[in-house]
Design a protein. Structure first.
Length: 209
């Protein structure tokens, strides 16, 4: 199954940015800018973006942490990372790592923030739990995890694609996440805050360790 999913995302990498822009109404990156503005980091901080896909968020995070900070994007799809590499190769403080996000290659209490955009729903149930435990492990005490996800789309076509994507984690788990998203995150984080994007098509969950 993992090899199938990797092959799927390797192929999807050629269309991924256009799909996200279509659903999120974010052809010019305003949504990613809005999200990065919510990430409470400063210059020289160390930030990780899990399930980074094509790395679209990394350039925005780099602006916040400056040339002395470090931004790392992790994904298991070599195709996605190849697209991301083309976007970020001119910056020495952006790194892309091919890795399983359920086993993060970082020491405990090492990171100043962890982010995830439009990807958490695609993780299987047991993988979601493992990833959340890993995020708590690698974050410094009191530092945040920020997650952005699509809300249920109004467009019929995009709504079908949304549910196909969501139910790939399993119907029971998908329905539970939709109904109990904050409750799930509160099992791992002290405080969970939910806000809507300016378009109303995405939501941001800010979780404090």
């Amino acid at each position: 199954m993992k090899n199938f999913r990797q092959s799927y995302y390797n192929a999807f990498s050629r269309f991924y940015d256009r799909f996200v822009a279509l659903h999120s109404v974010d052809a010019h990156g305003a949504l990613r800018r809005f999200f990065s503005d919510k990430v409470p980091v400063k210059e020289s901080d160390f930030v990780l973006d899990i399930c980074t896909g094509t790395g679209s968020l990394l350039l925005y995070l780099r602006e916040k942490i400056g040339p002395k900070g470090l931004v790392v994007g992790i994904d298991f799809s070599r195709g996605m990372l190849k697209v991301g590499q083309a976007k970020t190769k001119m910056y020495v403080n952006i790194s892309l790592v091919e890795s399983d996000v359920a086993y993060l290659p970082f020491k405990p209490n090492e990171l100043d923030a962890v982010t995830c955009t439009h990807a958490f729903y695609e993780l299987k149930g047991e993988t979601q739990d493992r990833v959340l435990r890993e995020i708590v492990r690698v974050l410094k005490p009191g530092k945040p995890f920020l997650m952005m996800e699509h809300d249920v789309p109004k467009s019929a076509l995009i709504r079908v694609l949304f549910y196909i994507r969501l139910f790939s984690m399993g119907a029971k788990r998908a329905l539970y996440i939709l109904r109990h998203e904050i409750r799930t995150l509160e099992r791992y984080f002290r405080i969970v805050e939910k806000i809507s994007s300016p378009t109303g098509r995405s939501k941001i969950l800010i979780c404090w360790s």
